[in-house]
Design a protein around this ligand. Structure first.
Ligand code: FBP
Length: 557
């Protein structure tokens, strides 16, 4: 144990995650069953051309085997944590280590430090059972840290290959979201093209919940993060319902996708919840979003309720058509003028960029509050994404709502009081102690990744499904990374990337929201979920997300 260790951590360290039955006897008793050849979700010809060696691989399901020879030779495996933290990362490493050691006690696991840059710079540490001990069932990525470096240039790829060879690695496990796993596939393909026999396996990590498909029911961390945010939102609802004098605007992390916001809404029943994907489908302008909220505020005021709570996904801004157009033009302008912009201060940058935009978009940018306009111009991350976590959409909404309410007041349509408080919940949930679901799921994903690596599968994402069932009944295997890809515009160029799973407007979770949200708007039916429970009755400790339950066709209250 580290020197300072909470009482909870000491107790939680004793928790032994439940392995799916298929993995229970160890990697020697599991063999891969290969399905049919697969194809990418879109742009098949282009994706196939970029990934000639890893395109079209069959999906893998693990079935019972007997004394697999793959466990006879000792192997060396590297693991890297990539991108934003998500609860359960340490248990992925724990599962990976235990799977490797169970196969052959001489197998070794190494953790690359500080994210993918650790592979390029050859910085790593051996993860021994003794080192792992203090990190089991804990949140965070502090065992080996994380980073957002993208390994893409010829020099970076060659350095990664040389370091993997120098360290006699047999496999590399990349724990990451859609972009990091795209990068894992690029590395897998590169190694194959170079004739290097090192497997690359991905593990689906991200609190955002946007790395999912028929083989990946959810990414790890989503369960815990949404439970933490729901506790905070529930606490605010209780405070609001006690004081009855504030409107709370809560922006929630999740990048483009609104999965986190939707799940937190299911858990807490707020008065309004914005879903970016719906705003896009309805082609709503920023003005329409604001008017809709102002109308609700006026309606509740008429009923004597000058309070309420609104959930806002952090990616909302990217879904409002006019803002989407502006962001896309900004992405290109920033990428095309990198060198010139590097010499300018923020005010000069803004003027320079305004000059590069079409008039309509430059006017829109000028009409935005100065803070928001500057936030839109901040550097993109190494994968070309706008850093939506830094854009204070909730404040923008409040400012615009104030103006609209003043208009309604003037027209005699609003007589209430509007005092707003804004919040942003993101970093608060990314390193929480993993829920029982995430502790089990991540351990299984890591153990399963060890089995994929031992079987020399490369270009696969560790897949554990059937998640609304008990952990014993989960189904394990691998899904080809190329299967999830399409072509998108990043940093001004067309690139192959894993397609983000956005909230499906025809899906069961959104249909459920559509049915209940009018009641939530007016009748105060708040739910206060309280903190994550690690000990106690299974109905409280083992519950999965509402999203997963609805997707699996279960009824929820
Ligand atoms: P990934 O899992 O895709 O890396 O992102 C998780 C996330 O928490 C997003 O929800 C958020 O927008 C972003 O990371 C914030 O990035 P950073 O940690 O660089 O501030």
């Amino acid at each position: 144990m580290p020197k300072v260790c909470s009482q909870l951590q000491q107790e939680r360290a004793k928790f032994q995650p439940v392995l799916p039955s298929i993995l229970k006897k160890g990697p020697a008793f599991v063999k891969p069953k290969f399905g049919k050849a697969t194809k990418s979700v879109a742009d098949q010809a282009t994706v196939k051309k970029i990934f000639p060696n890893t395109y079209g691989l069959p999906a893998v399901t693990f079935v019972k085997g007997n004394n697999q020879a793959v466990c006879k030779k000792a192997v060396r495996v590297g693991v890297v944590l990539s991108g934003g933290q998500a609860p359960g990362g340490h248990n992925v490493i724990g599962g990976l280590l235990d799977g490797l050691k169970k196969a052959n006690s001489k197998n070794k696991l190494f953790g690359f430090l500080g994210g993918p840059s650790g592979i390029v710079e050859n910085k790593f540490v051996e993860i021994t059972p003794a080192l792992m001990k203090d990190y089991r069932n804990t949140g965070g990525f502090d065992l080996i840290q994380s980073g957002r470096t993208k390994i893409e240039t010829d020099e970076q790829l060659a350095a990664a290959k040389n370091n993997l060879l120098k360290n006699k690695m047999d496999a590399l496990v990349v724990v990451g979201g859609d972009d990091s796993n795209t990068n894992a596939c690029v590395i897998a393909e590169y190694l194959q093209q170079q004739g290097v026999d090192i497997s690359v396996i991905g593990v689906p990590k991200t609190i955002d919940g946007d790395l999912k498909n028929e083989h990946i029911e959810t990414s790890f961390g989503f369960d815990t993060a949404t439970k933490i945010y729901a506790e905070l939102v529930g606490n605010i609802e209780r405070d609001m319902n006690s004081a009855r004098k504030y409107w709370h605007f809560v922006r929630l992390m999740g990048r483009s996708a609104s999965h986190i916001t939707l799940e937190v809404a299911f858990k807490t029943h707020p008065n309004a919840v914005l879903i970016g994907e719906e705003v896009l489908a309805k082609k709503m302008t920023l003005g329409q979003v604001v008017n809709q909220l102002a109308d609700l505020i006026a309606k509740r005021a008429k009923a004597g309720k000058n309070y309420g709570i609104v959930l806002v996904p952090e990616g909302l801004i990217e879904f409002i058509p006019e803002m989407k157009e502006l962001i896309s033009a900004l992405n290109d302008a920033l990428a095309d003028n990198e060198a010139a912009l590097a010499k300018l201060n923020l005010a000069q940058k803004k003027e320079f960029i305004l000059g590069k935009l079409p008039k309509k978009l430059a006017d829109l940018m000028r009409s935005l509050p100065a803070g928001i306009a500057s936030q839109l111009m901040l550097d993109r991350d190494p994968h070309g994404n706008v850093q939506v976590s830094l854009i204070e959409t909730e404040k923008l909404l409040v400012e615009m709502i104030k103006t609209r309410l003043a208009e309604l007041k003037k027209a005699g349509k609003y007589t209430g009081k509007f005092a707003a408080i804004t919040h942003f919940f993101g970093y608060e949930g990314r390193c929480g102690v993993p829920s029982t679901f995430d502790a089990n799921y991540t351990y299984a994903l890591g153990y399963n990744a060890a089995v994929l690596a031992l079987n020399k599968c490369t270009g696969y994402l560790s897949s554990v499904k059937n998640l609304t069932k008990k952990a014993q009944d989960w189904v394990c295997g691998g899904v080809p990374l190329t299967m999830m890809m399409n072509i998108e515009r990043r940093k001004g160029k067309e690139k192959p990337v894993i397609k983000k799973a956005l909230v499906e407007l025809k899906g069961k979770p959104f249909a459920y929201l559509s049915k209940v949200r009018n009641t939530w708007a007016t009748d105060d039916v708040f739910v206060f979920p309280g903190p994550i429970q690690f000990f106690g009755p299974a109905v409280v400790t083992d519950i999965t997300t509402v999203t997963l339950q609805l997707e699996a066709g279960k009824k929820v209250k």
